[in-house]
Design a binder for this molecule. Structure first.
Ligand code: G6P
Length: 612
């Protein structure tokens, strides 16, 4: 959701903050702002993208060695200049930036108003800084202690940084549920929602844990205290990320770069886990909890968005070869419906960001009920990764485009490794089939590379379909979740209404929508339910729908039947989603570009959904 960047040190703060905000803009982009401290606090806030703030401040005084900046995804109050962060305390001495939601802000606000506080914005964040100011003024304690006491009264999620006019050498940061990381340089500190704004300055970082408050003071070590007043020794760790990974590298958009990175990111997901020669798979998290996995009565996936789609693929994979019953749950539903979870269940949270609030809450519930909690996350050190008993990082590298692409295929790669390793250990798969799946898995990066060669053809198709108002995506078996994912991609970035359906379900409703204007993308690869999908395609054609068939190379049957075919390389249906999703990602991308949509930052969406 919102992005936080702060700097304190010997350099000019504004350029560092601005660059950081641009890197974090994928988190929220409806307004942004900075507070710079140089004697006085200079507050600049603007509705719109960070570039609007940049222009607005160009002729203004921006010199300061300390400052805080924010890019917002509105929760409380419309996205406008006033509601943009930072917010000031009543006396103007404190400024705050905040990511998260203060749930009891209304009660706190009423109480503060009764004590004479006046508010100018609609935000929960302004209430928080007034609360801190109130405690600071009345309790005669230091600001760090006032922050601690005030946060004790707060219910909700927050990552905050506070700037104090009276103490230009110090920033105070705190977190609960929303992520926050502190970069430790030489005589300088950086604070951000994730490591991307920090990486070019220092690799040494401290990830704050929930309910921790950090006092960051020039010339001192970072001090951490908990809300319960326990002092914690900061753990400085080294970032593995590199700068190149977070830049566009010659592509027009992050999304296109990330689509093209998939042959490599899939390889990275397998690296060190799959021994090419022997076919042995080692997932350390599974080794560690081997008996739990082998005796599990059930595996339950919790996830949201694209990660939920890869969980569905995981269900097909695990049930197919490892014969463990699997359920796939929307984290947001699971957490509020008193789910039945037992100690011999394994609950697997899948999340690219590792910060999705609903997924995090769902796994906490499952944890309380005694299940073993496993994580499949991309962002190293993220909240979900840290809350699990064990897990496997996807190692796809930073994903910046809001619409997820390489994280999806990386998650599926991990799920394939997981299904195969469990199948082998449980003896539920025959040796020859296991070996043939391993051989095919090794080939997947090359096949993805081949599938990417459909790019020009897809661009051509995109020209033809860019003005469509609706799209239907059909798939069966392993390709049913891919149909959902293809439709989601198109919706997210081109704003065309699209629905994914298990092909056979079409006749129970969506078939009523089919006419000569309705494009239908049918995934009809040769394995699995091919014949059944062919029948479904015939049903669409009989009603004059326009069909784009995603078919196995060389297929003639579907080619003769449909309007266009996109041929992709053949693999076992088990791995089909890793290949069939590629043309669908490209289709969404090109249509969005042709419609002049902001591909990397689609309206109303956020990359990291840290509110429920
Ligand atoms: C947001 C993103 C999606 C993502 C979903 C789940 O909606 O825009 O791309 O799939 O959150 O995110 P996660 O980080 O948990 O995978």
């Amino acid at each position: 959701m919102c992005g936080i960047v702060a700097y304190i040190g010997k350099e000019e703060a504004f350029p560092i903050i601005l660059k950081g905000l641009k890197r974090l803009e994928y988190r929220g982009y409806d307004s942004s702002g900075v507070a710079l401290l140089n004697g006085d606090i200079k507050l600049y806030k603007k509705q719109g993208k960070v570039s609007v703030l940049e222009e607005y401040t160009a002729a203004k005084s921006r010199e300061a060695k300390v400052g805080i900046g924010h890019t917002r995804w509105a929760t409380h109050g419309a996205p406008n200049d006033i509601n943009a962060h930072p917010h000031l305390s009543g006396d103007g001495n404190l400024a705050i930036i905040h990511n998260g939601i203060i749930e009891n802000y209304d009660a706190l606000k009423k109480e503060l108003i009764s004590r004479g506080h006046k508010f100018i914005s609609d935000t929960d964040t302004e209430v928080l800084i007034h609360l801190i100011e109130d405690v600071y003024r009345n309790a005669s304690v230091g600001l760090d202690e006032a922050v601690r006491l005030a946060l004790g009264e707060v219910i909700g999620a927050y990552a905050i940084v506070i700037l104090d006019k009276k103490n230009p050498n110090r920033l105070i940061a705190a977190k609960n549920s929303s992520p926050l990381v502190i970069g430790v340089g030489e005589d300088e500190f950086f604070i951000a929602s994730d490591a991307t704004p920090i990486i070019e300055y220092t690799k040494n970082v401290v990830y704050l844990d929930d309910e921790e408050i950090a006092t960051i003071e020039l010339g001192e070590d970072v001090k951490i205290n908990t809300i319960k007043n326990q002092s914690i020794t900061p753990y400085i760790q080294e970032l593995e990320m590199n700068l190149e990974a977070i830049e566009k590298g010659g592509y027009d958009h992050f999304m296109l770069k990330e689509i093209y990175e998939q042959p490599q990111s899939i390889k990275n997901s397998m690296l060190g886990r799959l021994k090419m020669k022997s076919g042995k798979i080692t997932l350390s998290g599974i080794e560690e909890f081997e008996s739990k996995f082998l005796n599990a009565k059930r595996i339950v996936f919790v996830a949201c968005g694209t990660s939920w789609h890869s969980a569905l693929v995981g269900e097909y994979m695990i049930e197919e070869v490892a014969r463990i019953p699997v359920e796939v749950e929307y984290a947001s539903e699971f957490r509020y419906r008193n789910p039945i979870i037992n100690e011999d269940d394994i609950v697997i949270a899948i999340s690219q960001s590792g910060e999705t609030a609903d997924t995090l809450a769902a796994l906490e519930i499952a944890k309380k009920k005694g299940a073993t909690i496993y994580g499949i996350c991309n962002v190293v050190g993220s909240s979900i990764a840290r809350a699990t008993d064990a897990g496997s990082y996807t190692h796809a590298g930073p994903e910046i485009g809001v619409a997820s692409t390489k994280a999806f295929t990386a998650q599926i790669t991990i799920l394939a490794l997981m299904a195969l390793t469990l199948a082998k250990k449980k003896g539920t798969v025959n040796k020859t089939y296991y070996q043939s799946l391993i051989n095919q898995l090794i080939e997947i990066p090359k096949l993805v590379e081949k599938a990417l060669k459909t790019d020009d053809q897809i661009k051509y198709l995109s020209e033809m379909f860019k003005d469509a108002h609706n799209f239907l995506y059909l798939g069966r078996g392993f390709n049913f979740p891919v149909a959902l994912e293809g439709a989601l991609k198109l919706k997210e970035i081109s704003y065309i209404h699209a629905e994914g359906y298990p092909a056979a379900e079409m006749k129970h409703g969506p078939i009523a929508l089919i006419d000569e204007n309705m494009p239908v993308v049918a995934i009809a690869t040769r394995k699995g339910s091919y014949q059944k999908v062919v029948s479904n395609i015939q049903e669409v054609k009989a009603r004059n729908g326009k069909v784009i068939g995603i078919v196995t190379e060389g297929d003639q049957t579907v080619k003769e039947m449909v309007d266009f075919v996109v041929e992709i390389p053949e693999t076992d249906e088990f791995f089909d989603p890793l290949i069939t999703v590629i043309p669908l990602q490209l289709l969404a991308y090109h249509i969005a570009v042709l419609r002049a949509c902001n591909v990397d930052q689609p309206r109303n969406l956020a990359k990291s959904v840290t509110v429920e």
